[in-house]
Write a protein that binds this ligand. Structure first.
Ligand code: SF4
Ligand code: SF4
Length: 74
């Protein structure tokens, strides 16, 4: 599920999460500058954005958004 929620009430538009996301999955809203998840399927649930956010506005979920398909099933 990756990033579950970004609170715009808490977000101060600092852009730290956007700069630190290794998957380039986050963007800033054009009007407010607040962060939102643009490419949820690219999120790898690394928790970096949640960890780096200075106001704890981001909540992540510890599972990959994009699952690796298996060529066979057990
Ligand atoms: S959890 Fe990691 S990959 Fe997902 S949006 Fe945050 S920094 Fe990017
Ligand atoms: S790091 Fe936190 S406060 Fe800064 S833009 Fe991202 S969500 Fe908003």
């Amino acid at each position: 599920m990756g990033v579950r929620h970004i609170s715009w009430e808490l977000c101060n538009a600092c852009g730290i999460c956007i700069e630190n996301c290794p998957m380039d999955a986050l963007r800033a809203d054009e009007t407010t500058g607040k962060a939102f998840i643009q490419y949820l399927r690219d999120c790898q649930s690394c928790f970096l954005c949640q960890k780096e956010c200075p106001v704890e506005a981001i909540t992540c979920y510890p599972s990959f958004e994009r699952r690796i398909p298996q060529a066979w099933s057990a």
